[in-house]
Design a protein around this ligand. Structure first.
Ligand SMILES: Cc1cc2nc3c(=O)[nH]c(=O)nc-3n(C[C@H](O)[C@H](O)[C@H](O)COP(=O)(O)OP(=O)(O)OC[C@H]3O[C@@H](n4cnc5c(N)ncnc54)[C@H](O)[C@@H]3O)c2cc1C
Length: 293
């Protein structure tokens, strides 16, 4: 990749969330928010984005938290990927999220990048975001006007484009604790450990008295945003897990309307489609393994 020199821009540090919003509202579309900066600065070097003002959230200590309260994991906007990786609460209570974070090969990325920055960048191949969609997370947004909370599956509108308007920031991600007995799986496929994934699959399922009572299947890198395999979910709900059911569901996954993979340097669209089925079968086998005879 050809990197150009970083151009001159104004740099502002916000001391709290209202000041961040005020700065962003003042500068409108000419401003960009920065958390860890590893995604933003790289995009500025490539001129993919060219903000005149960068508003850093780094001094805002209130955004540095990662804890469980009231049945939810709360991830503050300045929680780094490494905080998630080092957290036993995440490792034991949210294994799909932990696996998605821990497999990011570069320690520099985990130490600099934030979990929220990963989500706001809206990379359709994001491992972390795919896990969070399967976990049915929500995104809390501050807008200087009371704020709002929206499901993460509605946050990305297109590749690299989220629903935030100028003057809005994400303050935290809220992940409901898994229901008793729920099992999760996270799988991805990449050319090398360092490369972006060709396909990502995350599953969150609960079987009660032998029947699938709840299931969420998230697919990454196969559409302009991360998608839920809703047809497959409907097909599985209320059924008893079996090898035949898993096979049929996995084949259906690659035929979901929303699954429209592209061909690029990492893979052809046909191969991505095939791998959606393969990874979905492996993920479903993992979450249902204790419920099949
Ligand atoms: C070499 C490399 C390898 C990577 N490997 C993986 C991988 O294997 N799997 C994976 O899932 N990801 C991977 N990533 C992505 C990485 O996780 C993200 O780039 C990182 O987490 C972004 O966090 P940040 O704090 O640096 O965000 P920043 O660079 O500060 O921001 C990223 C974007 O989000 C916006 N933003 C940041 N915070 C907020 C906020 N609070 N509110 C509103 N907008 C905000 C910024 O304006 C910018 O557009 C990789 C990245 C790199 C550079």
């Amino acid at each position: 990749m050809l990197y150009r020199k970083l151009y001159s821009f104004d740099y502002e540090e916000a001391r709290d969330v209202p000041e961040a919003i005020s700065l962003l509202q003042t500068h409108g579309t000419e401003a960009a928010v920065m958390a860890g900066g590893i995604g933003l600065i790289e995009e500025m070097k490539r001129r993919a984005v060219t903000p005149k003002v960068v508003v850093s959230l780094q001094p805002i200590d209130q955004l540095k938290f990662l804890d469980v309260s009231d049945g939810n994991l709360r991830i503050g906007a300045l929680s780094k990927l490494s905080h998630g990786e080092q957290s036993n609460v995440v490792k034991e209570g949210f294994p799909a999220l932990w696996e998605a974070i821990a497999q990011i090969s570069s320690a520099q990325v985990r130490n600099m990048g934030t979990i929220v920055g990963n989500i706001t960048a809206c990379n359709p191949g994001s491992d972390v975001a795919t896990a969070l969609v399967a976990l049915d997370a929500s995104v809390k947004i501050a807008d200087g006007n009371g704020g709002k909370c929206i499901p993460i599956k509605s946050f990305g509108v297109h590749s690299r484009k989220n629903i935030l308007k100028p003057g809005e920031i994400v303050t935290e991600i809220i992940v409901p604790c898994l229901a008793p007995g729920a099992q999760t799986a996270f799988l991805n496929l990449a050319r090398t450990k360092e490369d972006c994934a060709k396909v990502v699959v995350a599953v969150n399922a609960r079987v009660t008295e032998g029947v699938i009572e709840d299931i969420k299947i998230a697919l990454g890198a196969v559409a302009p945003t991360i998608v839920r395999a809703t047809t497959v979910e409907t097909m599985l709900l209320g059924e008893k897990p079996s090898e035949g059911l898993i096979q049929a569901a996995s084949e259906r996954a690659s035929q979901e309307n929303m699954v429209t993979p592209i061909s690029d340097i990492r893979s052809t669209s046909q191969y991505r489609s095939q791998m959606v089925s393969v990874l979905t079968r492996r993920a479903l086998t993992r979450v249902f393994q204790n419920h099949m005879n």
